[in-house]
Design a protein around this ligand. Structure first.
Ligand code: CS2
Length: 490
């Protein structure tokens, strides 16, 4: 059965839907960059909220941003399906739930018509803009400041009609200001610490280059709440599409699947109003920082610490790597010895239980997340997920081996060849050629000078340098597997 607005009333049995009149729903949220994660997370909470009375003004206008053949294809699919898609949620020990998500009520692909996208963002009904543009999309320095001198940004500011999320936001805010329309609130849903502040820095940084008066207005009137998001959402390959559609009985051109766990903690700062998300499981708080610290330093950092060695040990999916006792020992030691002693538990969370829960989430074989997905763009992820722990561990003179091993694995991962000489795909869009050369140099110490490690101060610590260089040598001569055995001993 093809998926269109018309087929909604005639779904195969077993498909879960929220009950509401979709024709009455109007977009009040615009979401920038409609990736799988957005469709498995924020769009699901919003779908639930739309079934509550008085919430019909909070539908989602999806705006595709990334200019690529695959994104264009996905855009066409979502447009043909009126924004509808199936989400299969996979618990570890019971059967999957297949939902039909209806909250994206309009979808436009910005590369088709960027002026049109800006105009839609200027619509007074849009009171909130959410975004998932990935860690690397924020152009941040080590302190979360905006890299306004970055060539991508310089080029974007010089364009008639900008391409970046920040450019679109600033132009739309400009149009609203000129028309006397209140600005929207901007909510980043990316895995970045203090994502509200970082987004504010980026939007203001971009605006300053264009029009300082406008920047002043944004600074005074636009709210940038922070939030912590969590749900493991694998990439969807062609064989997944076939598998998911066979199970749902729906011919969905853009299905998505995820674990059944979901969490969203949001700073309650929405001067233009917001959906009643608190009624569907979202936790609102005045201080997101402790939640986000736990999530990024424990879950995301563990993901990187698992994926970078595991791909080189020949594993391709997370749950299989979790059967390797050396890898699980590495994660357990990292969590309990390196991370937990340095952080504080937010209200309602016990860190050791959180650690145990995340390891069992990784082991969920129904999710079968791809290690290559997690390893991708580590050049942007490691500074966000690992740097604070690395710096604290080094400063306190604690055991640096696991951090040194992680960074050494990142460097050897760049070669794209595993211990057995099999190749895997390396996607590192933010790693410059100069940085690649530094990593490939035979003088291993030089790799600590790459941009991703800048500001970590590791190249000033002799113990760290010694350990890191030795590990790179060990990996080169014995492979990652054998080197890992040494790391987890004692
Ligand atoms: C992963 C995240 O890609 C990564 O680095 O750690 O995508 C992770 O799956 C999500 O943040 C889970 O909420």
């Amino acid at each position: 059965m093809k998926l269109t607005a018309e087929t909604l009333s005639d779904l195969p049995s077993g498909i879960v839907t929220e009950i509401y009149d979709r024709t009455a729903v109007r977009p009040g949220i615009a979401h920038l960059s409609v990736g799988n994660f957005h469709r498995a997370h924020q769009a699901v909470y919003t779908d639930r909220v739309l079934a509550l009375p008085g919430q019909e003004g909070w539908g989602i206008l999806g705006i595709g941003l990334v200019e690529s053949a695959s994104e264009k294809e996905k855009a066409r699919a979502l447009q043909a399906q009126s924004g509808l898609y199936t989400l299969t949620e996979c618990p570890a020990h019971s059967s999957d739930t297949i939902r039909l998500v209806q909250s994206i009520v309009e979808y436009c692909y910005a590369p088709d018509d960027r002026r049109g996208a800006i105009q839609r963002l200027a619509d007074p009904h849009i009171r909130l803009v959410t975004m998932t543009i990935t860690e690397g999309g924020y152009y941040m320095d080590e302190t979360g400041g905006f890299l306004s001198d970055h060539p991508d940004i310089v080029q974007d500011v010089a364009r008639d009609v900008p391409h970046t999320a920040f450019g679109l936001l600033v132009e739309a805010l400009n149009a609203r200001r000129k028309a006397g329309i209140a600005p929207f609130t901007i909510l980043s849903c990316d895995n970045v610490p203090h994502n509200g502040q970082v987004t504010r820095n980026a939007v203001l940084g971009w605006a300053h280059q264009r029009n300082t008066e406008l920047a002043g207005w944004i600074s005074e009137h636009v709210a940038f709440p922070s939030c912590m998001v969590d749900r493991i959402t694998p990439a969807v390959r062609a064989d997944d599409v076939t598998r998911l559609n066979a199970a749902s009985g729906i011919d969905d051109r853009a299905p998505v699947y995820s674990e059944d766990f979901i969490q969203w903690v949001v700073e309650d700062k929405f001067p233009q109003g917001r959906p009643a998300w608190e009624k569907v499981g979202v936790l609102f708080t005045q201080d997101v920082a402790p939640y986000e610290q736990v999530k990024l330093r424990m879950l995301n950092a563990s993901h990187s610490l698992l994926a970078l060695p595991a791909v080189q040990m020949g594993y391709r999916v997370v749950n299989k790597a979790m059967k390797d006792p050396h890898l699980t020992a590495l994660l357990e030691k990292f969590l309990h010895l390196d991370v937990i002693p340095l952080i504080e538990a937010p209200p309602g969370i016990t860190l050791s239980a959180y650690a145990q829960q995340l390891l069992s989430r990784f082991s969920n074989k129904a999710v079968s997340d791809q290690l290559v997905r997690i390893a991708s763009d580590s050049a942007s992820k490691l500074p966000v997920f690992v740097r604070p722990t690395a710096m604290d561990v080094v400063k306190k003179g604690e055991d640096i081996r696991r951090i040194a091993f992680l960074l050494a694995c990142f460097c050897s991962y760049i070669s794209g060849l595993d211990d057995e000489g099999q190749s895997y795909s390396v996607q590192e869009p933010r790693l410059s050629n100069e940085d690649k050369d530094l990593i490939l140099d035979n003088d291993y110490e030089k790799s600590l000078q790459i941009n991703s490690f800048s500001g970590w101060d590791l190249d000033k610590n002799n113990n760290f340098i010694k350990e890191f260089v030795q590990l790179r040598k060990d990996i080169k001569s014995k492979g990652v597997s054998k080197t890992l055995e040494k790391i987890i001993r004692n």
